[in-house]
Design a protein around this ligand. Structure first.
Ligand code: FE
Length: 205
């Protein structure tokens, strides 16, 4: 993705220093404790992340009825899986799934800011929030997809879904060929966050 965006090489270092300074200030002022940030990080590492989306997609690949429900009433379908109450919480109130199929490739963006279905995908990667990605994906999705390594044939329709505070989209990628005998758990391991954003295809390992 190096050709998509240009950042200073010490960008990560600068961000880390800024976050550390902010954390120290918030602790000094008694707004958070020294455990708060660790707890938030732990939550996003172990409970709210793309592993939830992967389980949901794997179930949809195994069960066509579930897949249909997932597209028609996303929160109700997700609730069936019992992944946790937080699935309907922050940034998960209005999630909608769209399915890739032969002839249709879906991609999600947020043209305004960075709306993203946190419970199924975790926190958005930095490039999702980048003005260059947001504007270019809307203007020339095929060119952007190509830079991500997804060559969408001319005859395949590209559908762009613009997330907002009202609806947060995610993609059910197509089940890769050669995965017929796989278990749901094995299938889930093939589902990447990028494939649920529409900037990659799910691939058999
Ligand atoms: Fe947004």
């Amino acid at each position: 993705m190096a050709n998509l965006f240009e950042y200073d090489s010490d960008r990560e270092k600068q961000s880390a220093a800024r976050a550390k300074a902010l954390e120290a200030l918030l602790i000094t002022k008694g707004i958070i404790t020294d455990k708060t940030v660790d707890q938030v990080l732990d939550f996003f590492e172990t409970r709210m992340g793309p592993f939830n989306g992967a389980k949901i997609v794997a179930r949809a690949w195994m069960d066509p009825d579930f897949k249909q429900k997932l597209v028609e009433d996303t929160p109700a379908a997700i609730e069936e899986l019992g992944l946790g109450d937080f699935m309907a919480g922050a940034e998960g109130e209005h999630m909608r799934a769209v399915a890739n199929e032969p002839g249709v490739h879906n991609i999600i963006i947020c043209t305004l800011c960075s709306c993203y279905p946190w419970p199924v995908l975790g926190l958005p990667p930095y490039w999702y929030k980048d003005p260059a990605f947001r504007s270019r994906a809307a203007r020339e999705p095929r060119a952007v997809l190509k830079e991500f390594g997804v060559d969408v044939p001319e005859e395949v329709h590209v559908k762009l879904w613009d997330s907002s505070a009202q609806i947060r989209w995610f993609v059910i990628p197509e089940r890769p060929e050669g995965t017929e005998g796989m278990s749901e758990e094995e299938l889930a391991a093939l589902v990447t966050p990028e494939s649920m954003m529409g900037v990659a295809l799910a691939k058999a390992a």
